[in-house]
Write a protein that binds this ligand. Structure first.
Ligand code: GLN
Length: 201
């Protein structure tokens, strides 16, 4: 089984650990620099990105994590994790730092007030397009969306309908995967299985 870390400074760490364990990986919380050397992939959970950014600095994890990511460590970020992995962030605090591992521009809290939190069914490339697959239930909690992408970023999912119709909410660039939504809270393991498969290859 691949060993996959979950950055455990803040956010919904436990849910990702459960989802990874149920998807064929050994999952371990990451709080120290030395633990980064023991993993084949990392999940950056949902939570609050500016707080996570601060804690990465306090725990002396920021630079070592950037280094592991630039060496090609596979990574998956959900929600705040997507924000942390992005190269450009709109509507953030000027002092917030991010990991710059994915060539996308994200807008924090993009869905606005009325729809701060909502759920929808969506299509996810490489998952729901397999024969006999059900659509994916996506839970958005004060979520970001992807405002723009560089040409080598693959769009995996968009909002299917409503005021945010067409907005990009899942992407992949090489070894890095990100979703605006939280598959770790639904019991649908397919995104985690997809990531475990990315790590295996
Ligand atoms: N709004 C949060 C942020 O800006 C992300 C919300 C989440 O992870 N559910 O970091």
């Amino acid at each position: 089984r691949p060993r996959i870390g979950v950055l455990a400074l803040q956010g919904d760490v436990r849910e990702h650990i459960h989802a990874l364990e149920a998807s064929g990986a050994d999952a371990l919380p990451i709080r120290r620099q030395s633990e980064l050397d023991e993993i084949d992939g990392i999940v950056i959970p949902g939570g609050e990105s500016t707080t996570m950014s601060k804690l990465l600095g306090i725990f002396d994890l920021f630079d070592p994590l950037v280094e592991r990511l630039s060496d090609g460590l596979p990574a998956y970020g959900s929600c705040a994790g997507m924000i942390m992995l992005a190269s450009t962030i709109l509507d953030t605090r000027p002092d917030a730092r991010h990991l710059d591992a994915l060539d996308i521009t994200v807008r924090r809290n993009a869905f606005g007030r009325q729809v701060e939190s909502f759920e929808t069914d969506l299509d996810f490339a490489g998952i729901t397009d397999r024969a006999g697959s059900q659509p994916m239930r996506a839970v958005f909690i004060r979520a970001p969306w992807v405002e723009s992408i560089s040409p080598d970023v693959e769009v995996l999912a968009r909002v299917p309908e409503g005021p945010a119709e067409g907005r990009i909410v899942a992407v992949r660039q090489g070894n890095v995967l990100a979703t605006s939504f939280h598959p770790e809270v639904t019991g649908d393991r397919r995104v985690h299985e997809y990531f475990v498969e990315m790590v295996r290859r």
